[in-house]
Design a protein around this ligand. Structure first.
Ligand code: P6P
Length: 334
């Protein structure tokens, strides 16, 4: 018997119906994310065919060359949400300041924090890339959001998720009631429920880290990685190293299979490379909802209060037992 086909729109509606007080605003945001994902997916999947590759010649706030697809994805998110009436503010990796809703546009009570296209350095090599998003509620009562609204810790998230543009396009999200994955069927333009209630294994057999930075690692990190490659317990097999260099792709694989991803701080980059607000926090929310864990090596990512929009944070994320073991090495307990 063919299983019932559930579109993401139906799934969002089913979730909304569990809350009689729901206004539908939240569902509207998730549906707008779905639309943005479909539009970006269409362009990403033909990037090799049209003159959209290459560089805009511009650079983003971090001094990184901005590829045309980055620009395109940023514009899709901003244009989709500017008219939605759901948001009072947006925060994006591609914008050095907050993105306010123009006074002539309708505004709402939510804040969208997003990385429109992460891993863009991989675009020309046809490696999987992704969009990452987190949705916060405005806490202040006025029409204008305050800095406190913008710099909320991840435990305040209302929802978070990501889109992976790979061999297929998948949208994975959580509203605090489990993690669910939807695969885009381009022939009908619908995201269909393909991974209901994703649970990440408590312990994995994969570790993901850029070992090219080994010489800058501290001794505790070196000991931890060595413990994975050369396990002391006789019957234990070494972990496999898998590293794509595209955060969403590495995270998604480990979420499904189990394992640990690290982008740690080191001698050259004490806070690592990844951004707290729109990379670490949304993925930490998703992994915890799937039964995993995420920390900066000492503190739970979702408990970190951001100080600034683009602050970096060391990230250790994945299977709960692996993350806890890693933290013990970092603290010198193991
Ligand atoms: P490295 C891609 O540029 C990115 O921002 C993430 O997607 C990825 O996890 C990381 O950088 C890879 O960085 O230094 O290992 O190349």
């Amino acid at each position: 018997m063919r299983e019932k086909v559930v579109t993401i729109e139906q799934h969002i509606l089913n979730q909304e119906r569990k809350y009689p007080e729901a206004t539908g605003e939240f569902s509207g945001i998730l549906n707008s994310i779905t639309l943005a994902a479909k539009i970006i997916s269409r362009e990403v999947n033909k990037a090799g065919l049209v003159e959209i590759l290459g560089l805009t010649g511009g650079r983003n706030v971090h001094g990184e060359e901005v590829r045309k697809l980055d620009d395109y994805a940023q514009n899709v998110f901003v244009n989709t949400f500017e008219d939605s009436g759901h948001l009072c503010m947006m925060i994006s990796e591609e914008s050095d300041t907050v993105i306010e809703i123009p006074p002539d546009k309708p505004s709402g009570k939510y804040i969208l924090s997003f990385d429109p296209l992460d891993g863009s350095s991989n675009i020309d090599a046809n490696v999987s890339i992704g969009s990452i998003f987190g949705i916060f509620r405005q806490k202040s009562s006025g029409k204008e959001p305050t800095e406190e609204d913008v710099l909320q810790p991840g435990r305040e998230l209302a929802a978070a998720g990501y889109v992976i543009y790979g061999s297929s396009t998948m949208l994975v999200y959580s509203t605090g009631h489990g993690v669910h994955g939807f695969t885009l069927d381009p022939s009908i333009g619908e995201f269909l429920l393909s991974h209901e209630q994703i649970h990440t294994p408590k312990k994995g057999k994969i570790y993901s880290v850029n070992e090219g930075n080994y010489s800058d690692w501290d001794d505790n990190l070196k000991r931890y990685i060595k413990s994975l490659k050369e396990p002391t317990a006789a019957e234990t097999k070494p972990y496999s190293m898998r590293y794509i260099g595209s955060l969403v792709a590495d995270f998604h694989r480990n979420l499904l299979y189990g394992g640990i991803f690290l982008y740690p701080g080191d001698a050259r980059n004490p806070n690592g490379k990844l951004r707290l607000l729109y990379e670490a926090i949304p993925l930490a929310y998703v992994v915890e909802q799937a039964g995993g864990a995420a920390s900066d090596g000492e503190m739970r990512i979702l408990d970190i209060k951001p100080d600034s929009l683009h602050q970096k944070v060391p990230l250790v994320i994945g299977s709960e037992i692996d993350v806890k073991t890693c933290e013990k090495y970092f603290k010198g307990i193991l």
